[in-house]
Design a protein around this ligand. Structure first.
Ligand code: UDX
Length: 446
């Protein structure tokens, strides 16, 4: 009999994982404690923008015309417990308010709600990003609270998907990492991931703490790479160098690599910023804080980018934002997503607004989320509308739509032809030819 799978939590990670498991041929039950989310998913509506996800879900959701019917949803842990042979826990672990540590309450409550319904041998697989040591603790909790006792086993299987590429990253992962405590757990996970492994994804088996650490280590490395290049951008600005050329040239060295060397307003989102902070907090608890002090610098270089963008803009509009209009192109933390969590774009927009500037934001997909989070900012329905009458235009999220804008047309609408490219993604020549003063982070002014 084929394995039956439950996926607990239907956010980015869970919704994508549930759809991917159905695509791999399993019967899947997705669970969320928010009834409205479940109602939407049952209708085939996805609560977030993620390319390809809605199609993938609709291909499998029971009750949708032409679907395989392999994917259903519930709010009941009792139903999930009765259904699943393998339970994936995909709830989020946000940063705690006012602290570096991550908030484990959703994970704790998922385990506490599921355990009493586990009365036969099952595998519970944690996918959430957690502080190292959590898995061992949760495994003990399962053994104590599940009627099945130690037959309710735990594995840790971190997820490396990127927003905007979530579907592809889940179906064709560049590695599958599993932290296990038994051969049975490893065998079950090998069965689940048989297809991607056959297609070439490496399957790397390890213990719990290493699996937990792989995730935070990977995100810390990526954050470090971005802050490194942003530090080089600071030096380039001081020395009149060009960080884009520098990144290209060092990236030719395969040991360094070209990816994640795009200098700009820095990293944001629901993962990188909070993961490096939670990692520092956990290392402190373990008495290993010295090992990660460099991450404090990674974080502060990153936050400095936002302030620097505000400074450059203030300078560009003549030294004060009072009475000045600033157009902000981009609200999401990266393109091809509607996620505005810890978005550098909105942070910059918010700072300028607080300093008296009249800010108008436009984003292709992030408007609803941005309006909810920053209701006092101005919003426009198009880039052209946002730019109308602006004293400066800021390019803060590198959507393709913005690269395809016609600087001549925008120039007609703008109050002044001044653009600051916070993502080094526009073509400086194109904008300069159309009469714009183009300025980018870490590049010579002219
Ligand atoms: C990240 C990890 O990449 C992924 O493996 C993990 O599972 C979750 O966290 P994500 O948050 O979707 O994924 O975004 P990512 O593509 O990593 O970008 C993060 C931020 O870094 C964005 O704000 C992006 O604009 C910024 N970034 C990225 C740069 O500023 N420069 C770069 O060169 C690359």
């Amino acid at each position: 009999m084929a394995l039956k799978i439950t996926v607990i939590g239907t956010g980015y990670l869970g919704a994508t994982h549930a759809a991917a498991m159905a695509e791999l041929g399993f019967e899947v039950l997705g669970l969320d404690v928010v009834p409205e989310k479940i109602e939407m998913l049952r209708r085939g509506e996805v609560p977030m923008y993620e390319p390809g996800l809605e199609e993938l879900l609709r291909r499998h959701i029971d009750g949708i015309e032409g679907s395989t019917g392999r994917l259903r949803f519930t709010t009941s842990y009792e139903e999930a417990g009765a259904f699943g042979d393998v339970h994936f826990v995909c709830v989020n672990t946000p940063q705690k308010h006012g602290e570096y540590a991550c908030d484990m309450s959703y994970v704790e409550s998922a385990f506490a709600s599921l355990a009493p319904h586990l009365d036969r041998p099952v595998l519970v697989v944690g996918k959430s990003t957690v502080p190292v040591g959590s898995a061992a603790r949760l495994a003990r909790l399962l053994a104590e609270q599940a009627p099945a006792g130690e037959a309710a086993e735990l594995a840790w299987n971190p997820e490396f998907l990127r927003e905007g590429f979530a579907v592809d990253d889940t179906l064709h992962p560049d590695r599958i990492v599993v932290g296990v405590a038994s051969e049975r757990a490893e065998a079950l996970l090998r069965e689940i991931y048989e297809k991607p492994v056959a297609e070439g994804s490496p399957f790397v088996v390890m213990d719990y703490p290493t699996a937990e650490l792989v995730k935070t280590a990977a995100n810390s490395f990526l954050a470090t790479k971005i802050s490194f290049i942003n530090a080089m951008a600071e030096v380039c600005e001081a020395a009149d160098g060009d960080v884009v050329k520098l990144a290209e040239a060092i990236g030719h060295d395969e040991r360094i690599g070209k990816k994640f060397l795009r200098a700009g307003v820095g990293f944001g989102g629901g993962c990188l910023p909070k993961d490096i902070r939670a990692f520092m907090a956990r290392a402190g608890e373990l008495g290993a804080d010295q090992a990660l002090t460099f991450l404090r610098e990674v974080d502060s270089i990153n936050m400095r980018r936002r302030g620097h963008m505000v400074e450059l803009t203030r300078e560009a509009v003549g030294g004060s934002f009072l009475g000045k209009r600033v157009a902000v192109l981009g609200a999401t933390f990266k393109p091809d997503s509607d996620d505005v969590r810890d978005s550098p774009a909105l942070n910059v927009a918010g700072q300028i607004h607080l300093q008296g500037g009249q800010v108008t934001v436009y984003d292709p997909k992030g408007m609803a989320n941005a309006r909810r989070l920053f209701p006092t900012l101005g919003y426009a329905d198009s880039a052209l509308e946002a730019v109308r009458g602006a004293d400066a235009v800021l390019h803060l999220t590198e959507w393709r739509e913005f690269r395809e804008l016609d600087p001549a047309v925008l120039g007609e609408a703008a109050g002044a032809r001044r653009i600051l490219d916070g993502r080094n993604a526009l073509d400086p020549e194109l904008w300069r030819k159309a009469g714009w003063v183009y300025r980018a982070l870490g590049r010579p002014q002219a």
